[in-house]
Design a protein around this ligand. Structure first.
Ligand SMILES: [Fe+2]
Ligand SMILES: [Fe+2]
Length: 287
C-alpha cells in the first residue's frame, strides 16, 4: 500500500500545481443578480418533494432559492475553515509524511475557495453565521479520533461536491453560480481522491476495533452526518424568504418522508465508499 499511496498523492500534488490559479480576476462578477432567477435549483432545495414547497407561491420559492444558495456557500466556507484546522494539525506530524506536500496545496486551494464563496455571498446576499457546535469527543484512542476527523472532512467534501456537480451544468442558474460550482468541483475532485486514500490508509492502521470503539465510531459518524444534513435547513433562510414561523417550518420539513430519499441521494457516494472500504456496511446506520 505504501508506494501506491505515495504515488497517488504525488500525482494529485502535481495536478494541483498544474491547475494553480489565483481566483482574483478569474470570474466575471455581474453587477447584480435578478430576483426572478433560480440560484439553488428547485430539486436541490430543502423543501423539494414536500407539501410545504407546493404551498409556497412562485416568488417566495425563488427568494428561498437565493437564500438556500447563500446558506450552502456559507456552510461551505465555514466548513472549509474547520477542515483547514484538521489538515494544519497534521501537516507535519509523524505518519503524515506522504500527504504533507499535498496538504500544502490543499490549504492553498481551500483559501481560494473561502475567498470566492465569501465574495459571492457578500456581493449578492450575505454570509450566514457559523452554527457549528463542536461535537464533544468521547474518549477515543488518538488514532481513532484522527481517523474520524479525516472521515468527517471527506464526507463534508463529498456532500458539497454532489451539489457542486449538479449546479455546475444547470442552465437555469446564472453563469457566475455555475462557474463557482465548477471551479470548486475541479479542486474538490482531487481533495476527495486524496481524502479517500488517506481514510483507507488510517483505517488500515487502526487494526481491529473493540466492540466499544466500533459503537462509538458509528455513533459519532451518525451524529456528524445528521448535523451536516440538518445544516441545510437553516431557519434563517426561511425567515429571509418571508416564510412565517421559520422554526416551525423547518421542524415540519425535517419530518417529511420525502426528504429522506433526498438525503440518501446526497450521501450516496459517501455511503458507497464507506461500504466498499468496509468501514460502515449499512447506509441506514449513517442517518
Ligand atoms: Fe473547498
Ligand atoms: Fe476541499
Amino acid at each position: 500500500m505504501g508506494e501506491a499511496y505515495t504515488a497517488v498523492l504525488e500525482k494529485l500534488t502535481r495536478d494541483s500545481i498544474r491547475h494553480d490559479r489565483d481566483p482574483r480576476g478569474r470570474f466575471a462578477w455581474p453587477g447584480a443578480i435578478g430576483a426572478d432567477e433560480w440560484l439553488m435549483p428547485p430539486e436541490l432545495m430543502s423543501v423539494h418533494g414536500t407539501p410545504q414547497a407546493a404551498a409556497l407561491d412562485g416568488r417566495t420559492l425563488k427568494a428561498l432559492s437565493k437564500w438556500e444558495l447563500m446558506n450552502f456557500f456559507s456552510l461551505t466556507l465555514h466548513g472549509e475553515r474547520e477542515l483547514l484546522a484538521v489538515i494544519s494539525r497534521h501537516i507535519h506530524s509523524d505518519g503524515f509524511e506522504a500527504p504533507s506536500d499535498f496538504f500544502h496545496r490543499f490549504i492553498a486551494e481551500e483559501n481560494h475557495h473561502m475567498w470566492f464563496f465569501s465574495e459571492f455571498c457578500r456581493r449578492y446576499g450575505k454570509i450566514y453565521p457559523d452554527s457549528t457546535v463542536s461535537v464533544a469527543s468521547e474518549d477515543l484512542r488518538p488514532e481513532l479520533e484522527v481517523f474520524l476527523s479525516f472521515l468527517r472532512v471527506l464526507i463534508f467534501e463529498e456532500v458539497g461536491d454532489h451539489l457542486n456537480i449538479r449546479m455546475s451544468h444547470d442552465e437555469r442558474l446564472p453563469a457566475i453560480v455555475r462557474a463557482l460550482n465548477a471551479a470548486h468541483h475541479a479542486d474538490e475532485s482531487r481533495h476527495i481522491a486524496a481524502g479517500r486514500q488517506i481514510a483507507r490508509h488510517l483505517y488500515a492502521r487502526l487494526g481491529r476495533l473493540s466492540p466499544e470503539e466500533d459503537a462509538a465510531f458509528r455513533d459519532q459518524l451518525k451524529e456528524y452526518v445528521g448535523f451536516t444534513l440538518q445544516s441545510f435547513y437553516n431557519p434563517q433562510m426561511y425567515a429571509d424568504a418571508g416564510i412565517r414561523d421559520a422554526y416551525g417550518f423547518r421542524r415540519e420539513l425535517l419530518r417529511q418522508p420525502g426528504r429522506r430519499g433526498q438525503h440518501a441521494v446526497v450521501l450516496g457516494r459517501s455511503a458507497a465508499f464507506l461500504r466498499s472500504s468496509g468501514m460502515v456496511l449499512r447506509p441506514d446506520e449513517l442517518f
